[in-house]
Write a protein that binds this ligand. Structure first.
Ligand SMILES: Nc1nc2c([nH]c(=O)n2[C@H]2C[C@H](O)[C@@H](COP(=O)(O)OP(=O)(O)OP(=O)(O)O)O2)c(=O)[nH]1
Length: 166
């Protein structure tokens, strides 16, 4: 299975609500859709280090104190395809800037464009952005690549203990 990460930086929008930093992905898996910054683990790298590196590479933001928020398994035609570690943080330095891979955008958490994201995201991302923890399994069918397969069903468990070691 491919091991990946996603990081969702949050900031208070000054009006008792939060903004989340999303990217519009410019290439690769999920191109043209919104997501959090993230990507594949490099060899020898911890998931947490990967999320920090990918966020810096994709949008130039230095994130710290990542809180583990989810562990998601994506299956394609019955086989494990991707395992994704999900983090959120309120601690970061810098201003988000575009890269070849990603165009960043602060979006109110109540205004996340789920119609322009992976089909499963509306099921788990609102809870993650609200501070909950989740373990999920999402089944896709129809062959590679994953982002052209059909999302067929899922299992979710909320309030899971994820530890903070990875
Ligand atoms: N939000 C969300 N993210 C997903 C889903 N499925 C899935 O693989 N991802 C994530 C895992 C990765 O963080 C990201 C895929 O990006 P990636 O960076 O690994 O892929 P890429 O093809 O651009 O790889 P690379 O060239 O940068 O190595 O998408 C999903 O259903 N929802």
């Amino acid at each position: 299975m491919i091991e990946t990460t996603l990081c969702f930086p949050l900031r208070d929008d000054g009006d008792d609500a939060d903004d989340v930093l999303l990217i519009e992905k410019r290439r690769g898996l999920g191109e043209g859709w919104y997501n959090g910054p993230g990507g594949k683990l490099e060899s020898g790298e911890t998931p947490r280090d990967c999320a920090v590196r990918e966020t810096r590479e994709e949008v130039g933001l230095d994130v710290r104190d990542l809180e583990k928020a989810g562990e998601l398994t994506f299956l394609l035609d019955g086989e494990g395809h991707t395992f994704c570690h999900v983090y959120r943080t309120r601690s970061f330095e810098g201003e988000p800037t575009s890269s070849e891979e990603a165009h960043p955008e602060w979006v109110p958490v109540d205004d996340v464009p789920y119609d322009r994201m992976w089909d499963d995201d509306h099921l788990w991302l609102p809870g993650v952005l609200a501070g909950n923890t989740v373990a999920g399994e999402f089944r896709f069918e129809g062959g590679k690549p994953l982002d052209e397969a059909a999302f067929v069903d899922h299992d979710l468990e909320w309030g899971v203990s994820l530890g903070n070691e990875n």
